[in-house]
Design a protein around this ligand. Structure first.
Ligand SMILES: Nc1ncnc2c1ncn2[C@@H]1O[C@H](COP(=O)(O)OP(=O)(O)OP(=O)(O)O)[C@@H](O)[C@H]1O
Length: 362
């Protein structure tokens, strides 16, 4: 899968922009705060209808404007699919093949992406919410049905939590059990999907991690599932506790992931370098995992991560990705980027203006 071109209208600091991309490697080069990340964010938005760095959609609209639009053209094995996502005062509109998709789950997955940004280094050490978001984002792109289940689960959870906010004396336990049924139905599916995904992720990531560390480190990933036995029984047994605390205390919304190197918990005892290598192994593993699950390689977005990695890990990253996936990366300098291939496009970004350097003359 390749992103052939993109067009932005009133997205962040771009009033209007049209770019044609190289099928292999695209580099966005420029000083800080010029608009490099904004372009990767626009690609992320086109793929998932969401930003990777803010949940406030309004921030994406160019200041003093009311709406924005990102369109793009995705080349697949046998077809080219035009995509379009718009934010308007009435809400979000996503179109594939010029047809409006009313359900997000039908749209997401048309353009598959892998984003590796400085925030990803938090995957290992950050809060459990970051790891749950990671699971949801990645699984949602692979299996549309996962998105349905997680949306329905979240709706049921919100309803249950709203009911638990009532005064304890007004809570009807029979009604609570009805709400529990919906939670259990969708929650069990989510947990099953997550368990299968984590098992596959571990399979690929441990192989890559072994290569990156020249055989010295064995990476294992464990699913720290909040539900230990039977979800329905756990909800029932914790009913009084939940009524007292006014919130739902068990379920996949409390899940987590743990990473181990040679059986040692990386979040607690790993060095910063080890945590980075684990984050990198996981991202690289996903390239193959997504291909195995969907028959298509995702495109890779690398936001300012090259300077975070030493030369050998930069090389590992580019070697593993190039040739398989179309890659987009942002950087403030080419100095630390060693071993770049010859066929690539370089876009110079300055104050929201973009000029392209001839492929061979950088
Ligand atoms: N909604 C918006 N409307 C107009 N301009 C915006 C909007 N949001 C952000 N900007 C501008 O976009 C620029 C930041 O762009 P971006 O985050 O892409 O920087 P960058 O080039 O990736 O820099 P760095 O290397 O520091 O990450 C800033 O100048 C900011 O003022």
């Amino acid at each position: 899968m390749k992103l052939k071109q993109i067009e932005l209208k009133n997205f962040r600091n771009y009033a209007e922009l049209q770019l044609d991309f190289h099928p292999n490697l695209n580099i966005f080069l420029g000083q800080n705060a010029q608009g490099k990340t904004n372009i990767l964010e626009a690609i992320h938005f086109l793929a998932l209808t969401r930003s990777h760095r803010t949940s406030h959609d309004k921030e994406l609209i160019r200041w003093s404007q009311k709406e924005m639009k990102v369109t793009g053209s995705v080349e697949k094995k046998h077809t080219t699919v035009p995509l379009e996502v718009q934010l308007t005062p009435k809400g979000r509109i996503a179109k594939a093949n010029h047809l409006k998709e009313n359900r997000l789950a039908d749209y997401i997955g048309q353009l598959k992406i892998l984003m590796f940004a400085p925030e990803n280094l938090e995957l290992v050490k950050g809060s459990p919410a970051i790891r749950r978001r990671f699971l949801d984002m990645e699984l949602g792109q692979i299996h549309a049905v996962y998105l349905y289940d997680s949306m329905r689960y979240n709706r049921a959870l919100k309803e249950r939590n709203a009911y638990l906010k009532f005064d304890q004396s007004k809570i009807d336990k029979n009604f609570l059990s009805v709400l529990d049924e919906q939670l259990v139905e969708h929650g069990n599916k989510i947990m099953l999907e997550r368990a299968q995904f984590i098992e596959k992720l571990e399979h690929y990531a441990s192989k890559i991690h072994k290569q990156l560390t020249h055989g010295a480190e064995l990476l294992t990933i464990s699913y720290a599932k909040n539900v230990k036995t039977d979800f329905a029984k756990e909800l029932l047994s914790r009913q009084d506790h939940d009524i007292f605390r006014h919130q739902t205390s068990s379920g996949p919304h409390r899940d987590d992931l743990q990473f181990f190197i040679n059986d040692i918990n990386v979040a607690d005892f790993g060095s910063q370098g080890q945590q980075r290598t684990v984050a990198l192994s996981i991202k690289l593993a996903e390239i193959d995992l997504i291909f195995d699950e969907t028959g298509e390689y995702p495109i890779l977005l690398l936001d300012d991560v090259m300077s975070e990695l030493d030369n050998s890990r930069q090389l590992d990253l580019l070697e593993t990705s190039l040739g398989k996936t179309q890659t987009f990366l942002t950087t403030t300098t080419l100095n630390h980027l060693k071993n770049l291939p010859e066929n690539l496009s370089i876009f110079n970004v300055e104050k929201g203006e973009i000029t392209q350097t001839d492929e061979k003359s950088y």
